[in-house]
Design a protein around this ligand. Structure first.
Ligand code: ADP
Length: 416
């Protein structure tokens, strides 16, 4: 009797705890694990510990996952994880941007369904891992150039990496064009000099008149090469990051007057030259660089203005902005050329530039000097009636005139 009462109590105890366990199984949360009684107390506390560990692991995994996603988003390159059958498993935002993917939408999709360029499909099929491929993809407005690479990892998985090399490719093209241009510019004068030297060397009895003429022409070609090399050196100095702008207080009115004298010498009476210094302001900048930029503009005005034309040099103030301008009544420029004038070796009329001793680098030098002074170049021109090149400085570069000290003016800035 007592035994059966005891058994009943034990059964009731287990049933009670079992039903608590059953209820908890319906809603498994750490907070509501039953306390339990007797041996069940031990079982429930074990469950509670397991759950706690599980929850902590989950938090840690979530943190790791979100760190991974953050790192993926911060990567400057595109990354796509390709699984079996080259299906997309995951991609970062740069991959969405470069390849036109969408992480959620395209998961499970074969990469070749989206990246269909035949070179890429062949590259992938050939399993050319490690080697990079250059792909051109069109984005909304322009085209970008990507360097794409496949890296195998894990079990039959691959990383597809993409790097934007558009800027690098452009620089590379500019560099190649530049070397080709310089070589081309040097080849003509060198051929001329070489030809004369050969003729002179072959002459049994030198003809003094012919010799004299050859020497004169060789000297002309040599000074053309010297000018070119000097302009190239100036450009490279201006472009060098190791050569920051050395600022000083520049007496522009004085500089303009000196440049006017140089222009008189260059024009040699062929043009009507005027100078108009309407402002006494000085400028915060570099004297030599400004002399070179202004000198180039004046030299161009003289060189591209036929005899009897006019050239006017101005220093003035426009709404607080210091402005240096050169106006000429020369040949003028058609509008489609204006934006390209400051490119290296860009010439509207190649032969006229050469005849007048141009290197095609003058305005490129001007552009660099102006950039270093945060100034801009405004070109107004009409074909056949002349041009105005104005340099507009920021107000912050304006300095009130100083009393005595004059900026020393050395060699003429205009040498051609
Ligand atoms: P260049 O040594 O050939 O003069 P620049 O870089 O100084 O080279 O000028 C580039 C081109 O811009 C010139 O070849 C010329 O065609 C044009 N140009 C520059 N200044 C003038 C101007 N004042 N009038 C007409 N054309 C000009």
């Amino acid at each position: 009797m007592v035994l059966s009462a005891l058994l009943m109590t034990l059964l009731a105890h287990h049933l009670f705890n079992l039903s608590a366990l059953y209820r908890w199984l319906q809603n498994q949360r750490l907070g509501n694990v039953p306390v339990g009684t007797g041996a069940w107390e031990y079982v429930f506390s074990h469950i509670r510990r397991m759950l706690k560990r599980h929850e902590q692991n989950e938090v840690r995994l979530n943190e790791a996952l979100s760190r991974f996603q953050q790192a993926g988003a911060a990567l400057p390159d595109a990354v796509v994880i390709l699984g079996e059958g080259d299906r997309i498993e995951w991609c970062n935002p740069k991959a969405e941007e470069y390849f036109g993917l969408e992480n959620k939408r395209d998961r499970g999709q074969q990469i070749t369904y989206i990246l269909r360029q035949p070179q890429f499909v062949a590259h992938l099929a050939a399993g050319q891992v490690g080697e990079s491929l250059v792909l051109r993809v069109s984005r909304e407005r322009d085209e970008i150039v990507l360097s794409v690479q496949l890296v195998p990892f894990g079990d039959r998985q691959k990383l597809l990496l993409g790097r934007d090399i558009t800027r690098w490719e452009r620089l590379e093209t500019t560099r190649r064009d530049f070397v080709a241009n310089v070589s081309h510019e040097l080849r003509t004068p060198l051929t001329v000099v070489g030809g004369f030297l050969e003729t002179l060397g072959d002459m049994k009895e030198p003809d003094p008149e012919m010799t004299q003429r050859s020497i004169m022409l060789m000297a002309q070609q040599t000074s053309r090469m010297v000018r070119l090399v000097e302009d190239l050196l100036t450009l490279s100095r201006l472009e060098s990051t190791q050569n920051p702008l050395r600022e000083e207080d520049v007496n522009i009115p004085e500089l303009v007057k000196a440049l006017h004298q140089d222009a008189i010498a260059l024009s040699a009476g062929r043009h009507k030259l005027r100078v108009s210094v309407e402002s006494n302001d000085w400028l915060k900048g570099n004297t030599e660089e400004l002399r070179s930029a202004f000198g180039n503009l004046i030299s161009n005005a003289v060189r591209y203005t036929p005899d009897k034309g006019e050239v006017e040099i101005r220093w003035e103030n426009r709404d607080g902005h210091p402005v240096f301008a050169v106006r000429d009544t020369g040949i003028g420029i058609e509008p489609q050329h204006i934006d390209r004038l400051t490119e290296r070796f860009y010439r509207v009329d190649r032969s006229r530039s050469r005849e007048t001793g141009g290197t095609g680098l003058g305005l490129a030098i001007v552009k660099h000097v102006l950039n270093r002074h945060q100034a801009r170049l405004d070109v107004q021109s009409s074909l056949g009636s002349g041009s105005t090149f104005a340099v507009i400085f920021p107000e912050t570069r304006r300095l009130p005139p100083k009393a005595a000290a004059l900026t020393p003016v050395q060699e003429p800035a205009i040498s051609r």
